[in-house]
Write a protein that binds this ligand. Structure first.
Ligand code: FAD
Length: 563
């Protein structure tokens, strides 16, 4: 059994893990990062890369006013007592320092001035500016060899499955801004003309979103000299007689090895979304591992259990970062439907053909509404997203590109009655998908009326600034459109998630607490491995990555005895 010693051992290689490792190494702590998978980056590499940073450095440029008290008040109200004020305050006070640090190590972000906080009705919410998106990253700065060690982005989030598109460009396209046509042409030209790069790799040189974040972090980790081992799963934590965590047992080539950590171990091994047994034990039912949008097979809660074995307290285990998902054959995970559900001219119904939610609302609440509807016996799992020929022609939906670009005749044949269902009339469609026809017709009639009046009398869709972010601003209500012209389409939605959010309970320095509320010395935890500082909520886009990196930043400060 090999035995080695470092100051800090970081477990996992998502955004929080990498940021913690870089910061620690730069602060003089000899750091080792161990990753279970054969590639670095975790779900973070496939994410949008957005971070929710109140009072951030880029708000002034955009003329946005924000302050710590307002941000703290908003987040505290979102959290509903499920994370302590102490932790919430620590987050609000440190998030921008962490973002500044990201910029310093070569990963600048821009404030998304039009992307509202998720709960505009809660006091202290801002109509934009707290969510930040990473500036595009040139993969050449990471280098081809290191690029090969990094998890690639999901094709579903790329233009034509190949070209990176950042959040600003995606929003411009979906809002039908004229300039977006030039943007798309520009992206395609840059991609196709970049022969020197494309001769070397299929991956786009221009990285956006989570790819930009993780490539930037990997480049910084290499520069700082962090030692990183893939194919090295954590098995157990090692404690001394006093209960202090002093190292880890990992598996290397089938052999156990103990590695000691003088200052601490930071668990950042993601959620347990891929572990069906843990889902059955903790999450609301029904719940299936295959519904998750997280394609990282290794996120099986190993470090939750390792933490529990040394006495850690678990918290928020029945919560996840919910999102409706869709099964797209050949994709590594179900696809999260973040945006399209908000566009005008579609509606979501239960087995009775009735709407039961605001389709444009925040996605975690969407998933919760599906489960609640199911629990009431109305058939909310699966739910169906239904639209007509007019919507189909103009808009994307999951893997279906707008019909004007890719008509039904060009879609894969195997997708019919598998990915999408199609009926000449609503009755026909209802019979195919097993939904009540009278209910479906009634819901479509009401939606068409609401589109004309601009007011959704049932769920107030489009009634706030968050809903309207993804919509058609030319309409009376950007989120409402008629459903009246055949053929009609339906696609199936599942209550998936982009990660679980329950885990090891920590204090304001990301130190793990035991079941008696005492600190487990030497053990830190961040990201989806830990119980989220957001409690049951999703304060704004970037509510998972922002805290993961911010608490990793704080953990290192704690190890170094910094305030
Ligand atoms: P991960 O990034 O999943 O990393 C965990 C790592 O730990 C993995 O690499 C895993 O292999 C490794 N691991 C597991 N077990 C072990 C073990 N025993 N030993 C060693 N290593 C182990 N969130 C946002 O805030 N903003 C966004 O814009 C955003 N967009 C998203 C878009 C999509 C499509 C998806 C799917 C998610 C998105 N999310 C977003 C959610 C976000 O990606 C995750 O919540 C976040 O990446 C979790 O980070 P993490 O470090 O906790 O876990």
């Amino acid at each position: 059994m090999a035995e080695q010693e470092y100051d800090l051992i970081v477990v996992g290689s998502g955004a929080g893990a990498l940021l913690g490792a870089i910061r620690a190494q730069e602060q003089g702590l000899k750091t080792l990062l161990v990753e279970k998978a054969s590639l670095f980056g975790g779900t973070s590499a496939l994410s949008g890369g957005g971070i929710w940073i109140p009072v951030n450095y880029d708000q002034a440029r955009a003329g946005i006013k924000d302050d710590l008290e307002t941000a703290f008040g908003y987040m505290k109200r979102c959290v509903r007592g499920m994370a302590t004020d102490d932790r919430v305050l620590a987050y609000v006070e440190t998030a921008n320092k962490m973002a500044e640090y990201l910029r310093q190590i070569g990963i600048p972000y821009r404030a998304m001035t039009k992307y509202a906080d998720y709960y505009p009705h809660i006091e202290g919410a801002k109509p934009g500016g707290r969510t930040m998106d990473p500036v595009d990253f040139n993969a050449a700065k990471l280098g081809l060899k290191a690029l090969e060690t990094m998890r690639s982005g999901s094709t579903g989030s790329m233009l034509f499955g190949k070209m990176s598109i950042n959040a600003f460009e995606a929003h411009s396209m979906l809002s039908r801004e004229l300039k977006s046509r030039f943007t798309i042409v520009g992206i395609m030209l840059k991609y196709f003309l970049d022969y020197p790069w494309r001769n070397k790799t299929k991956r786009d040189r221009r990285m956006a979103g989570g790819q930009a974040l993780i490539a930037g972090l990997l480049a910084a980790a290499n520069k700082a000299g962090v030692e990183m081992w893939c194919n090295t799963p954590l098995k157990e934590l090692v404690q001394d007689a006093s209960g202090r965590v002093t190292g880890v047992i990992v598996e290397i080539n089938g052999q156990s090895a103990q590695i000691n950590a003088k200052r601490g171990v930071m668990l950042a091994a993601g959620g347990f979304e891929r572990n069906q047994e843990m889902r059955d034990q903790y999450l609301n039912k029904p719940t299936r591992a295959e519904w998750t949008a997280t394609p990282v097979d290794g996120n099986t809660g190993d470090a939750h259990r390792a933490g529990q074995a040394v006495g850690a307290q678990l918290h928020l285990m029945d919560w996840s970062w919910g999102v409706p998902t869709m099964d797209v054959p050949k994709e590594p995970a179900f696809r999260g439907i973040f945006v399209e559900r908000s566009l005008p001219g579609c509606m979501v119904v239960n087995a009775k053909g009735q709407r039961f939610l605001n389709e444009s609302g925040p996605y975690p609440e969407f998933q919760q509404a599906m489960l609640a509807e199911h629990a009431q016996g109305n058939g909310g799992v699966p739910a169906w997203i239904v639209f007509d020929a007019g919507f189909r022609a103009q808009n994307p939906m999951g893997p279906l590109m707008p019909g004007s670009a890719v008509p039904d005749s060009k879609l894969r044949r195997s997708w019919l009655n598998n990915v999408y269902w199609k009926g000449e009339t609503l009755e026909d469609l209802a019979a195919q998908i097993g939904v009540d026809a009278a209910g479906l017709k009634d819901s479509a009639r009401k939606m068409t009326e609401y589109a004309q009046s601009g007011k959704d009398l049932d769920f107030d869709r489009g009634g706030n600034v968050f809903d309207r972010y993804y919509g058609d601003p030319r309409l009376k209500n950007p989120n409402l459109g008629p459903i009246e012209k055949g053929p009609f389409y339906a696609m199936r939605l599942w209550p998936g998630e982009i990660g679980t959010k329950g885990g090891l309970l920590t204090d304001r320095e990301a130190r793990v607490l035991d079941t008696g509320g005492k600190v487990v010395e030497g053990l830190y935890c961040v990201g989806n491995n830990s119980a989220s500082v957001m409690g049951p909520a999703y304060a704004g886009a970037g509510s998972t990555l922002g805290p993961a990196m911010t608490f990793a930043f704080r953990a290192v400060a704690d190890m170094k005895g910094q305030p």
